[in-house]
Design a protein around this ligand. Structure first.
Ligand code: ASP
Ligand code: MG
Length: 270
């Protein structure tokens, strides 16, 4: 089985979700790991910051703005009335949870619970969308198998065992959808694999199921010679050795370029 991970931009609009659907709907069984819709985790971080700063009204305002954005996406994504109600209800529950959290005293647990809502919503919405399009899919809740230990490292054997049990118990489907980023910690509280952690989720799952391949899909046509968000006219690299790719990956798929040691310009290296 393959594991395919799609980032926030890929699930950030109805058009992009339709593209993801076309990519994954090739008749083979796979696990699809999704991030939160683009911008969501940043908004959730802001909401948590406002709660921490004892500014629940600012938090509530951001929660309502974000809810509006989701309602808009759902109205375009799901046309079937019953399914749309189901998705709207789920998303409203998540936003109600955020509103309740805004009134709680701030703790790390409250923050982690807030940050988890983005992936919970994107996967629920996308799974419903696949159902609407007649594609066989099932949600695998990441919180049922993704665990980190007291050192915040993945509890690999537990993940392997739990994921295998979750897959056995799940309705057989062609596409299994799960949340990137989120996990439970050693105490069973909601936690995460740090910002950008969905790629890590995909590779942990890939190792746990001994996947034939893990694919990290993103909104760029390959590995470029520089970061196009910062540098104009970048080009995809035609060949990259495993070691070079590993070095880049070590700095994170979304690595922020620092100044090159030799030319002092803002790039990874010359
Ligand atoms: N949604 C999380 C983030 O924005 C995880 C991820 O996208 O990989 O950091
Ligand atoms: Mg990423």
């Amino acid at each position: 089985m393959k594991v395919l991970k799609f980032g926030g931009t890929s699930v950030g609009s109805v058009e992009n979700m339709a593209n993801v659907k076309d990519i994954i709907n090739d008749g083979t069984q796979k696990i699809v790991v999704l991030s939160a819709m683009s911008g969501t985790t940043n908004s959730l971080v802001e909401i948590a910051k406002n709660i921490k700063a004892l500014n629940p009204n600012a938090a509530l305002q951001s929660i309502n703005t974000l809810h509006g954005k989701y309602t808009n996406v759902i109205s375009k994504l799901i046309s079937e009335e019953a399914l749309k109600n189901e998705v709207e209800n789920y998303v409203s529950e998540r936003f109600n949870f955020l509103k309740v959290s805004a009134k709680k005293p701030f703790t790390q647990i409250v923050e982690n619970e807030i940050l988890a809502q983005g992936e919970l919503m994107s996967t629920f919405m996308f799974n419903a969308y696949l159902k609407q399009e007649g594609i066989s899919s099932t949600l695998l809740p990441a919180l049922d198998f993704m665990k980190i230990d007291a050192h915040k490292e993945p509890s690999f054997h537990e993940i392997e065992e739990k994921l295998s049990a979750v897959l056995d118990a799940a309705d057989t489907a062609e596409i299994y959808i799960t949340q990137g980023f989120i996990c439970l910690d050693a105490k069973g509280e909601i936690s995460n694999l740090q910002r950008g952690g969905s790629d890590y989720t995909a590779t942990i799952i890939g190792a746990a199921i001994k996947a034939e391949e893990v694919q990290i899909w993103t909104d760029i046509d390959g590995m470029h010679n520089n970061d196009p968000r910062f540098v104009e006219g970048t080009k995809p690299i035609s060949d990259l050795s495993f070691d070079e790719a590993a070095e880049l990956a070590y700095f994170g798929a979304n690595f922020t370029p620092t100044n090159c040691a030799s030319c002092k310009r803002r790039r990874y290296s010359c």
